[in-house]
Design a protein around this ligand. Structure first.
Ligand SMILES: [Zn+2]
Length: 690
């Protein structure tokens, strides 16, 4: 069923490739731009020429036939070009104020609409789900181009390239940064039908991933043995990987299970997996011999369907077909995104604002460091056996700690029987972290604690009058340790969100450069959760183990990210590729990255495991965020440990706002984003533990 839906949805996505005709394809535009430039320079003076040229070029990039003819275009330009500083200041100030109103109120609507679904406050009725799915921001981009508020921004404020932000940004005023953020909101105008194609391709890949379960009890060894318990259903790749991790503590058959999962993963990656075993509890599968038969035992209630055809026909490269669908949808966006005309450029230059070459260099520095072989030796020693390829997911550096989770839960439940109890304690917690008492109270007054239905999350506000929401699970008998640990993490988000919105100098600069930064700041709080309970903080040995765990994990996910990046380049180089060709290329790239960094250490070549991540299929170059996040987190943590005075330093960092990541990090810690802190910490840890 899954596959039929895929084919239909993809056919739908590419049945319409028409899009709004760009005015740049019209003859009058170039002539008009030349005339308007002269007219505006005559009116406002030669010193405005550069601004005039830039503004006209920017609106020409997006002007479509439906936006008006030559006469409309020219009268729009004359009416809306702010040719003197006073008018420009007024325009900027009002836009900034009104954008805050727009974002702020729409976000309040969104949060309210999702409240019943997000919070543990009673049953969800069918209409609640419709409210929760409603996105009040969905049409803002279209509206603002249609009513030309976006064109006014583009006529007056410069869209900048990443290169300009990196080379000149250091010397910009805060106002210039704020202007570049305002213009950046309108750097692309994607027609509704193209946007729809992206949404559809996205839904197809997400559904493909969401249903890709392996029924573990139905995996057979070559002796016909079942290693996994009844009813165990693992989603690729997350649950499969986590099951490998969970078996490090299993001396009985942990290694056999880990090996079998590796085999399953390899068959998913190279698509030799029999199609019939995917999400199907009615067949038994020996992944080594790759043979399938009707399930000899049942661990589900429903019987096998009568028409179940059991064959070992392999999955027909669907994994790569849906990835190609995603790629083709992104390619349609390219021509409407003049400053970042590829998914790769959008991912690095716009979303992340770190150049791809630098990101790749940072990953290579982590992977080619001699520390990796040193750490591997230690892993091998701790395991008491030679490394296996799946040991890229070794998690034995996580120490158990002095207190059990159950002991900690007794403490947290007594302290926090309700969300209100936690909310009331926030000022004390912030003082405990190093904020001054008066400031701790101010920040706490801006945070509301709600009972989450699922796991925790934090909603910052988008306007200064609104509050930040801290959501975590609170059981009937109080907040257990897991809920508390999450609450402290989310509190870190809320404090960052509050400072970087309420105390920032320009609304357009609110926030942090990207999600890796807000996560890193939240981890600063989370890492101190035991201290806040009045318990001893982790000792030197535990900290050293944590540093190695971070490094080992960053190396693994860094290698995975290199595969992700490599695959997208290959697709752009081979846009007409078939799913089979994309599969072959992905396998080559995965083997190549493995051979470069891991083959010698693991004593085995041509492993394909780095190609297993589901994000590669449904998240389009998202994976690099993880290793970058690990580096940023370590940089910030290290700086705060050295600087002391956590409250004041945290506040100072947050006030940099959403400037470029390197500039933010430079201001915060004195160095741009980089792997050095992560590597240095691993080096010190190895000295201690070897
Ligand atoms: Zn978080």
């Amino acid at each position: 069923m899954m596959k039929r839906l895929t084919a239909i949805a993809l056919a739908f996505a590419f049945s319409f490739l028409s899009a709004g005709a760009l005015a740049s394809q019209q003859s009058w535009l170039n002539e008009s731009i030349g005339e308007m430039e002269e007219a505006l320079v005559v009116e406002y003076g030669e010193e405005q020429r550069a601004r005039v040229q830039k503004g006209l070029a920017q609106i020409a990039d997006f002007w479509r036939v439906e936006d008006g003819d030559r006469e409309h275009f020219e009268s729009f330009v004359v009416r809306n070009f702010a040719g003197d500083q006073a008018t420009l200041d007024e325009m900027f100030t009002r836009y900034e104020k009104l954008m805050e109103q727009l974002d702020g109120h729409l976000l309040e609507i969104l949060i309210s609409f999702r409240e019943q679904s997000d919070l543990d406050i009673g049953p969800i009725l069918p209409f609640d789900e419709v409210f929760a799915a409603y996105d009040p921001f969905a049409h803002i981009g279209d509206d603002f181009f249609a009513n030309k508020l976006a064109f006014i921004v583009l006529l007056n404020f410069p869209i900048t390239t990443l290169d300009e932000r990196l080379t000149e940004g250091e010397n910009w005023t805060r106002r210039q940064w704020a202007e570049t953020r305002l213009a950046g909101r309108f750097s692309r105008r994607v027609p509704a039908d193209v946007q729809q194609a992206v949404t559809t391709a996205d839904a197809v890949t997400s559904q493909y991933i969401a249903e890709y379960n392996i029924w573990m009890h139905h995996l057979l060894t070559d002796e016909g043995e079942r290693l996994f318990p009844e009813g165990m259903k693992l989603l690729s790749h997350w649950n499969l990987r986590d099951e490998i991790k969970a078996n490090y503590g299993n001396p009985d058959n942990g290694l056999d299970k880990q090996r079998m999962i590796q085999k399953v993963m390899e068959r998913i990656i190279d698509q030799s997996i029999p199609a019939v075993v995917v999400d199907n509890p009615h067949v038994d599968w020996d992944p080594y011999a790759n043979s399938v038969r009707a399930a000899a035992v049942s661990d589900v209630d429903e019987p096998a369907p009568d028409d179940l055809a059991i064959t070992d026909a392999r999955e027909p490269d669907t994994r790569y077909e849906v990835l190609l669908g995603r790629f083709k949808a992104e390619r349609m966006v390219d021509q409407y995104s003049p400053t970042a005309p590829s998914r790769i450029a959008r991912s690095f230059n716009e979303n992340r604002e770190l150049p791809e070459e630098r990101v790749v260099e940072m990953f290579e520095a982590v992977l080619s460091s001699p520390l990796l072989a040193r750490t591997a030796k230690l892993v091998e020693k701790r395991l008491g056996r030679p490394l296996q390829p799946f040991d890229i997911w070794y998690n034995g550096f996580r120490s158990a700690g002095t207190y059990s989770e159950a002991q900690l839960s007794v403490m947290t439940k007594a302290r926090y029987p309700t969300p209100a109890a936690y909310e009331a304690d926030i000022p004390n917690l912030l003082v405990g972290l190093g904020f001054e008492e008066r400031r701790a109270k101010e920040l706490a007054a801006n945070i509301v604690v709600d009972p989450a239905r699922g796991s925790g999350h934090a909603w910052g506000a988008s306007m200064r009058d609104a509050k930040a929401h801290l959501r975590t699970r609170v059981g009937a008998d109080g907040m257990d340790y897991k809920g508390y640990n999450i609450a402290v993490h989310e509190m870190g988000h809320n404090v960052e969100q509050t400072i970087s919105l309420n105390d920032i100098d320009h609304y357009m600069l609110q926030g942090v450069p990207n999600t890796a930064f807000t996560e890193a700041l939240a981890f600063v709080f989370q890492a101190r959760d035991l201290e806040l309970l009045g318990l001893e903080s982790p000792d030197e040995e535990a900290l050293a183990m944590r540093a190695l765990d971070d490094y080992w994990g960053a190396a693994e996910i860094g290698a995975v990210a290199l595969v992700d990046i490599g695959v997208w380049h290959w697709m752009y180089d081979n846009p007409e590729a078939t799913p089979a060709e994309l599969k072959a290329a992905t396998l080559d790239i995965a083997r190549d990255v493995w051979n470069r960094y891991f083959a010698e250490i693991y004593g085995v070549e041509d492993v394909t495991l780095l190609g297993v991540y589901s994000h590669m299929i449904n998240r389009a170059i998202y994976l690099p965020d993880y290793p970058i996040g690990a580096m940023i987190s370590r940089q910030i943590e290290e700086h705060l440990t050295d600087a002391g005075d956590l409250g004041a330093e945290f506040e100072r960092m947050c006030l940099a706002g959403s400037i470029s990541p390197d500039l933010w990090m430079q201001k915060a810690t004195g160095a741009p984003v980089g792997p050095e802190a992560l590597l240095n910490a691993a080096d010190r840890a190895l000295d201690r533990l070897e």
